[in-house]
Each structure stands twice: as C-alpha cells, then as structure tokens.
Ligand binder design. Structure first.
Ligand code: SF4
Ligand code: SF4
Length: 660
C-alpha cells in the first residue's frame, strides 16, 4: 500500500486560530468564556444545593467504579443500545457519538493552542493536523444527521409518551445550526484562505465550492456567529433537557452498586429518629436519587414500557419523576405531587428502570412513597388483608401453617425436621403450597428431584412467606419479621443452597436476605433442572409438533437476567417467542402486591400480555412463576374462547420424564 506523499510534505499544514482578528476580539472571546463558566457554575451550584437536601448516600463508589460506570453507561451507551429502535436509539447514538467527536476536536484544539504556555509546542500541524481535519470533518456529519433525524421525529412522528415543550424545539434548532455553522465556518476559511490541504476537510470543501468569494470581514462575521451560538448553547444547557449531557455522567458515575431487585432496608432506629417510615418529602430520598430526578430528559422510554400505563392506569413513570422533582423545587410533599392511585398501580416490574438511559430507579421512589402511605394507615382492601394474613399465618394467602404439607401426600417428600442432612432446600413458597395451579408445579418439581436423586428437603410447616409481597406493598416491618423467622430456620438446618419455583422468592433470597444475615445460594428451579438435564439425570423436553410460547417472568428474565435456563430445558423443537421477552418481557400484573388488588377487567396488564403471547399462534403458554400463572390464567380466559393450556416448565419436564 502506498501512502500519500502529501502527508509527509505537510509540516506547514495547520490552522490559524483567531484568523483576521485583533486583540480586542480575543479579549471579548475570553470574557465570554469566563462569564459563561461562572454562570454554569452558579446554576449547577444552585441545583446541587437542592440535591444536598437529600439523605447522605449509604454506598461508596470508588474512583474505579466511577470510571467503569462512565465507560459502560456513558461512553458505551449500554442502556440506549439495548433499547428498542422505535425509542430513538439509533438517532441518539448518532447525536451522542457526533457530539463526542466534536467535543474531542474542540478540546484537542484548545490543548494545542494553549500548550505552549506550559512549554509544550503547538502540535496542531503536519500529518496530525491533516488526520484531525479528515476524521472530525467526517464525524461531525453524524451529529448533523442525528439532529436532523431528531427534528423529524419530534415534529413529524413523535411518540405520544415523549415530553415536549418549546425548549425542545429550541435545542434542536440551536444544535442543528451549531453543527452546520461549524462546516460553514471551515468552508468560509477555505474560500477566504485556500491551501493545498483543503481536500482533507472534504465536507467543508464541498460546501465551499458553492459559496461566493469570502472577504476577511465576512469570515470574521461567520466566526462570531458560530462562537456566539456555542456560548448560547452553554448558557441555556442547564435550563433544557440537554442538561442530561452532564447529569447522566454524574448519575452513572455514582450509581448505587445495588441489584435491580434490591430495595433498601428501613431500620426501627431510623423510624424512631425521623418519626416517619419511608418518604413523605422529596428530601427524604437519597442525594443520588434527587440528582437522578434532575437528569430525566423526558424521553418517555419508561412510560412506553410501563404495563400499568399501557392499560390506561393513572401511572406514568416519567411523570412520577417530573412530579417528585417539581415537589422538591416547590417544597411540597410526595403525596401532593403523585396520586395514591398512581403509586398503588405499580407492579414493581422494573421495566422503567431497565429502560431508563440515565439510570433512574423509579421503583425505589415508588416503594419508599408507599412505605409512608402504609405507615400512615392509608392502605385498605385486598392488600391490607394480604398483610394481615401474612402477619397472622405467615402465608400471604392466609392458609394455616400445617396446610403447607398437604400437597406432599403420596409423593415421598423429605421434610427437613425428619431429614436434616440435605444438600438443597426446596423452597415451596406460599403460592406453591396453596394455589391449585402452582401446586401442580410444586408436585412436578418434587417428582423430578426424586427421580434425579437430588438430596433435598422441604420445610413444610416451618416455612414462612419470604415477605416479598409485604415489602413491595410498602410494609417493611412485616417483611423483616418474615426474614427473621426464615433466617432462624435456615440457621437451624445450616441451609446453604435453596431452589425455588417462584421468581419473587428467588429475587428476595438472591438480593435482599443478605441485608439481614448470611447470603444463601439460590437457584430458580429452571436453573437446577437445566443442570440435571445437562448431567443426563433427566430427559429434556420434546416440543416437536407443539405450539408452546414461553412467558419470561419479570423477576427472572428482567430483574435477575435469567432467560436462558428455561429455554435450555428444550431438547427437540423450540418454544415460540413473543415480541417482548427476556429483559424486555411484559409484566403479567401481579408484582408489587397487585395480585391482591382489585382491577377493572379492561385495565389488566395480564390481558395485554395474554394477547401478545397468543399472537404467536400458541395453544400452550409455558411459565416459570406461580404469580404469572394465576394472572395469565384469568387473562387468557378473558381474551379468548379457545382452550389454552398453562403449564410450568417443571410440569413439561416431568411429562418428558414420566411418559405422561
Ligand atoms: S415498575 Fe413497572 S409498573 Fe411500576 S412504574 Fe415501572 S414500568 Fe410501571
Ligand atoms: S425517567 Fe428515564 S426513561 Fe423516563 S423519561 Fe426520564 S430519562 Fe427517559
């Protein structure tokens, strides 16, 4: 390959800063720099004073965490890349990487210009300069194309969830003119002062070919136009959604190193000291949470994926964020800003959290507000009954402890109290021991464990609810009561490994029990079954000729990122896949205590999910969660007259291993 000899003859190739400008122009430029920087610092300081009203954060991100988080969430745009193209992801990537390129280009120019002040020669010439011109001339196009796309999207085919006010149009027009005027400035330079190297700025050179001759005075006017636009952009940045450019870096850097499925604990000492449970005023949230409210860019991704919003409920996660932010600024309470109806509508499915590009944790905000409502006695109806049942029977369905062993009849299930030497505790859960549908899963699971020769045991009447429904409904202390009971039983039997068919129990053990005692290793039943199939202890499932669709439970597929294990149980044939699956799955509507709340038939998230699942042409719906089973069973009956089977993956595997 021959390199262009021009590159090696180009030592004199460079760009003259402040071309045709005198000392006065330079002085005005630097005055603008100082004024703009001071204004930005003042506005950021004013916002920071509001964030500092919040509670000190309890986690301590190290500088290494900051760097890692910025690399992953800002530079690699992890959240944006994983969102649906319909949400504007490709457009945002063009704008982001184009903006980044222009930022790097401007920074390099500034460094080269001022480096002689510290004894480093200006390096902005020669081969480096030509490479710089060609690279950034090309990358700047990404920015202009991205902004043009954004204009079309906002003014042409805007998603209804996207927030919109006049400042959004202002931003787009400003950024578009800024991007184009950058090329215009270089084109004017080429027309005014051409060199043999102008071909490296190929976009600007093309533009220059259609411009009339440019005088020195016209060049200076174009230069000032571009510079004033840039300072206008900087000065208005904190007052528009573009502030997320800075705030997303800050929320990413300091993000809680906390799994999606973990809620923060409340202590009695905290309640005694503050005389409240949860959050009544915005400043009861942590400083990070308050800062994250400011970072919201109104993109609507959270609302687009919210199952409650999707069926017309009074819950809009984007509005929850904006309203709590408004309450912080105006000094009002969270209850005044967000309706109770909206707070109770949340299924805690975390679809909003998963979708949010600036890492806002909506579920933390909502559950903390619920805790306060529960503390104030504002809970009634089904969920209040569920809490009373949990407190009195340690079963969310209110069944007496001795009924937890009814399903075991004739199945030869080892009980921990009779066989304390076991390897794995099979955690059945309230639904698994009580609900007739879920009991089928429990029985299939026991049969499979017996067949595979697993040394397991169940707790039977010694098992209590994990406390998940209580915690997510907002009753933290009933949850902690359940944790205490279960952890003392774990201690008694020295439990190290747990398997459960309930993703809610799974999540609570995996992410929350360690807040109060030792961590146990927990597996979803499909994970253990996958291992047993891989080891040849069980046959896999044959799906050839069947039309079976799998519904990923939120607390497995999204919250705990496990969507492979259920699918790995298939030996022949394949599951049908709905449009939303894995981390993007659509909630059945049961989580967050919603299982126990009344729901008008036309506002059931489960109906929407049932329609999506059946749109695949399936006649069987495979599940991996007892809550999903209950909700989808009711919803399928509402959306179709056809006979549709609902089976847990364990039941399918049991059939494959019994010839049944
Ligand atoms: S957790 Fe789910 S239901 Fe709750 S606001 Fe977020 S998306 Fe909506
Ligand atoms: S909360 Fe996040 S996802 Fe929702 S509008 Fe704001 S930035 Fe977008």
């Amino acid at each position: 390959m021959r390199l262009c000899p021009t590159l090696f003859l180009a030592e004199e190739a460079t760009r003259h800063e402040f071309m045709h400008q005198g000392p006065l122009a330079k002085a005005v430029f630097y005055l603008l720099v100082v004024l703009c920087t001071a204004y930005l610092a003042w506005v950021i300081g004013r916002s920071a004073r509001l964030w500092m009203k919040g509670q000190p954060i309890k986690w301590k991100p190290s500088p290494l965490d900051w760097i890692k988080n910025i690399l992953v969430y800002v530079l690699a745009q992890k959240k944006v890349r994983s969102s649906r193209p319909r949400s504007g992801a490709p457009m945002h990537l063009l704008i982001f990487y184009g903006f980044l390129a222009l930022f790097i280009a401007t920074s390099l120019l500034a460094i080269a210009t001022y480096s002689p002040l510290v004894g480093i020669p200006n390096f902005h010439h020669g081969t480096y300069y030509l490479a710089y011109e060609a690279t950034f001339d090309a990358l700047g196009l990404l920015f202009v194309v991205g902004i043009t796309w954004a204009m079309g999207r906002r003014w042409g085919f805007r998603l209804h969830q996207m927030a919109h006010d006049w400042r959004d149009s202002w931003n787009l027009v400003l950024l578009w003119i800024l991007g184009v005027s950058g090329y215009l400035l270089e084109a004017a330079r080429i027309r005014n002062n051409p060199t043999q190297y102008d071909g490296f700025s190929f976009v600007a050179k093309g533009l220059a070919s259609v411009l009339p001759p440019i005088t020195d005075a016209t060049y200076v006017a174009v230069w000032w136009f571009h510079v004033v636009l840039f300072f206008t952009f900087l000065a208005t940045l904190p007052h528009t959604r573009l502030k997320h450019i800075v705030l997303a870096i800050m929320t990413s850097a300091g993000r809680p190193e906390q799994p999606m499925g973990e809620l923060r604990p409340v202590t009695m000492a905290e309640v005694e000291e503050t005389e409240r449970v949860g959050v009544s005023l915005p400043e009861h949230y942590s400083r990070w949470h308050l800062m994250s409210l400011d970072a919201c860019m109104g993109c609507g991704r959270c609302t687009e994926v919210c199952p409650a919003n999707g069926v017309g409920k009074d819950l809009n996660p984007q509005k929850v964020v904006a309203d709590i932010h408004g309450a912080l600024r105006s000094g009002t309470t969270v209850a005044e800003a967000v309706s109770e109806e909206a707070l109770w509508a949340c299924t805690t499915c975390n679809a909003c959290v998963e979708a949010c590009p600036v890492l806002i944790r909506h579920v933390d905000l909502i559950v903390d507000a619920r805790r306060n409502l529960v503390g104030e006695g504002a809970l009634s109806g089904g969920p209040a009954v569920m809490l009373r049942q949990t407190q009195s029977t340690a079963n969310a369905w209110g069944q007496a402890a001795n009924t937890r062993e009814d399903w075991m009849a004739g199945l030869n299930v080892p009980l921990a109290r009779e066989n304390p030497e076991f390897d794995i505790l099979f955690w059945v859960g309230c639904a698994g021991a009580t609900d007739p549908g879920a009991v089928k899963t429990t029985k299939a699971m026991a049969q499979l464990l017996n067949k595979a020769g697993v040394k397991y045991a169940c707790l039977g009447q010694e098992e209590a609810c994990t406390g998940d429904p209580a915690r997510r409904t907002g009753d933290e202390f009933t949850f902690q009561d359940m944790v205490g009971r279960n952890q003392s039983v774990f201690e008694k039997y020295k439990v190290k490994k747990v398997v459960t068919a309930c993703p809610h129990c799974f999540n609570t053990f995996a992410n929350e029990y360690q807040q109060f005692g030792p961590r146990v290793e927990v597996m979803h039943h499909t994970q253990l079954l996958q291992r047993l199939v891989a080891d040849g202890k069980l046959n896999g499932i044959d799906l050839e000729g069947s039309k079976t669709v799998f519904h990923d439970p939120c607390y497995l597929g999204r919250v705990n990122d496990e969507s492979q294990a259920p699918r790995a149980l298939i030996r022949k044939g394949a599951l049908l896949e709905p449009a939303r699956r894995g981390k993007k799955t659509l909630c059945c509507g049961a989580g967050g205590g919603r299982m126990w709340m009344e729901e008008p038939p036309d506002q059931r998230p489960g109906n929407r999910r049932a329609e999506e699942l059946l749109a695949t042409g399936a006649d069987t719906v495979a599940i991996g969660c007892p809550f999903c089973r209950i909700m989808l069973d009711a919803s399928i009956k509402q959306v179709t007259d056809k006979e549709i089977d609902i089976v847990d993956m364990a039941e399918m595997l049991q059939r494959a291993n019994s010839g049944g």
